[in-house]
Design a binder for this molecule. Structure first.
Ligand SMILES: O=C(O)/C=C/C(=O)/C=C/C=C(\O)C(=O)O
Length: 288
């Protein structure tokens, strides 16, 4: 039976402690009703990004296979509270995720992280190893320099520029670098993303303020990857112009129980550009 969900009917909020205060965190809860396992999906850092915007092509196959899918919006994105982050954003997102899973009474989760979401998934796995089933890291997993690709990459330069000047022209320039084949990008997708972005100018301003306070928002977890015992599937686009594919090689070199799948003719959005094959890969990995 095909189950389809809408963003509005799955939209939820939960308050989590952070420092001396609290953050109101938005998430989408796609629950088949009898799930034994939960997959949390964590989005990337672009302006207007959200769990739904990043993963709307990846939900149904997992729910139909019996997984509960939670799309958690990190602080500073979508309908979650805004924040100026002066420390490690990977670890901030990991603390917030721990608060969300505590509030929902979940003991163990699988995590699928896209780009910044991958960095945050690794931070969570390092801080809470007993709470992680499996990891799927896609286009991210750690900060740190690439030995092969000049940084910041062209995609990250466009992303940072878009935060400072949120125009439809700059959004299209960034998203055309996001994917290998811009032909898949529709005016509807651009408009939805622009609306998301302009709805929360506070998120845009605070991302810029965070970067000014700490240009290294994503620490290099390279020296600690060996601590991760969770089975890990790393997925990359060979043509990724945001986070270069050699980061994926660093991840499988460091994480003991890991494997890498590289999609050719694919940019930074493998879960969207090759969604059918991506979903099959993830489902097979999680179901082993
Ligand atoms: O700078 C990094 O290491 C991480 C970059 C990102 O997280 C970029 C991802 C952006 C998206 O996935 C998006 O949908 O905007």
């Amino acid at each position: 039976m095909s189950q389809s969900f809408t963003e509005s009917e799955t939209s939820r909020f939960v308050r989590v402690r952070e420092g001396e205060g609290e953050l109101n965190i938005h998430y989408n809860d796609c629950d088949p009703g009898d799930a034994r396992e939960t997959v949390v999906m964590l989005h990337g850092s672009g302006p207007g990004a959200s769990g739904w915007a990043n993963f709307n092509r990846n939900i149904t196959p997992l729910v139909e296979a019996g997984f509960r899918v939670l799309l958690v919006d990190c602080p500073g994105w979508s309908k979650s509270d805004t924040i100026v982050n002066t420390g490690s954003r990977s670890n901030l997102n990991a603390r917030v995720l721990a608060g969300v899973v505590d509030a929902l009474g979940l003991s163990r989760i699988h995590i699928l992280g896209n780009s910044m979401g991958g960095h945050s998934a690794v931070a969570f796995a390092l801080d809470h190893p007993e709470r992680v089933g499996k990891l799927v890291l896609m286009g991210g997993g750690t900060g740190g320099v690439s030995p092969f690709t000049p940084m910041p990459t062209e995609g990250i330069k466009l992303l940072n520029g878009l935060y400072r000047s949120p125009t439809i022209e700059n959004l299209k320039a960034m998203m055309n670098v996001f994917v290998f084949d811009p032909g898949d990008l529709t005016e509807e997708l651009f408009q939805a993303r622009l609306d998301n972005m302009l709805k929360r100018r506070d998120h845009l301003d605070n991302f810029v303020a965070s970067f000014a306070a700490n240009p290294k928002q994503y620490p290099d977890f390279g020296p600690r990857l060996g601590e991760i015992s969770a089975p890990t599937l790393v997925i990359w686009g060979r043509n990724d112009r945001f986070v270069p594919m050699d980061v994926g090689l660093r991840l499988i070199a460091g994480i003991p129980k890991s494997e890498l799948h590289v999609f050719n003719n694919c940019g930074h959005w493998a879960q969207w550009e090759h969604w059918k094959a991506f979903n099959a890969l993830v489902l097979e990995f999680l179901s082993r």
